[in-house]
Design a protein around this ligand. Sequence first.
Ligand SMILES: [Zn+2]
Length: 289
Amino acid sequence: MLLNMKDLLKTAYENQFAVGSYNVANSEFVRVVIEAAEEKNAPAIIQIHPNEIELLGDEFTAYVREICQRTSIPVAIHLDHGASVQDVMRAIRNGFTSVMIDASHASFEDNIAVTKEVVKLAHAVNVSVEAELGTIGSNDNSSEGGADQILYTDPQDAKIFVEETGVDTLAVAIGTSHGQYKHAGKPELKLDLLEEIHQQVDIPLVLHGGSDNKDEEISQTYLHGVSKINLSTDMKNAFFQEMRSFLIENQDAYEPDVIMPSARNAAKEVVKKKMDLFNSTNHAHLYFK
Ligand SMILES: [Zn+2]
């Protein structure tokens, strides 16, 4: 069942759980997410980053839409880190039900202006919009980028930003970074700051860089307004670690239907654990009331 993200997150927000938003970079990952969601009876978001769209091509979205329409689980298809109005319009044309416009590196005024424009365009065709205020950090090897120094989201700015733009969800910087914390060490999430933002802003908040954090911190976030947690690194890592060892042990393997299943299962186990951690497991029924 294909929804936009506003409708998908409303239920999560009201019931204090988070929906995982999983970056897919090929059909294996799409199946990982959909199968995990069906097995866990958990809503899910399939998100595609512009780098991943470059890899996949525009036509790939048609496949994702087909699979999302066939499943009984509520899902949304979301553009991750759209950088411009062009990125957003391309995604809408291709059938995404939700888009992110990330102008977090621009000035506060310019971020408001471009987000406002995107909200007007997207809402005209029932597509929901996520924006970002403050900047999420960046770790090694993540193609998603981010800033060297995290700029924490200011709660008062968040209030003004949401009122001015009419955005549906807001990505906030409370200490996470994209990628793995190999060298930096795991961060302490600023849960006090998150609660302050939540007090000021009555829309679902989004946590980027959901991989490799402390579980006990992640499980606090959806009690303080976070309804979407982005997950890419932990899932991709499990997939390719398993594939790497399989190929080392099976040097002559070349058939995809021999090589892929164990990698897919390894990624699926991670996604299923995240669905438990985000408290989205067994919540799909809430959408059918
Ligand atoms: Zn991100």
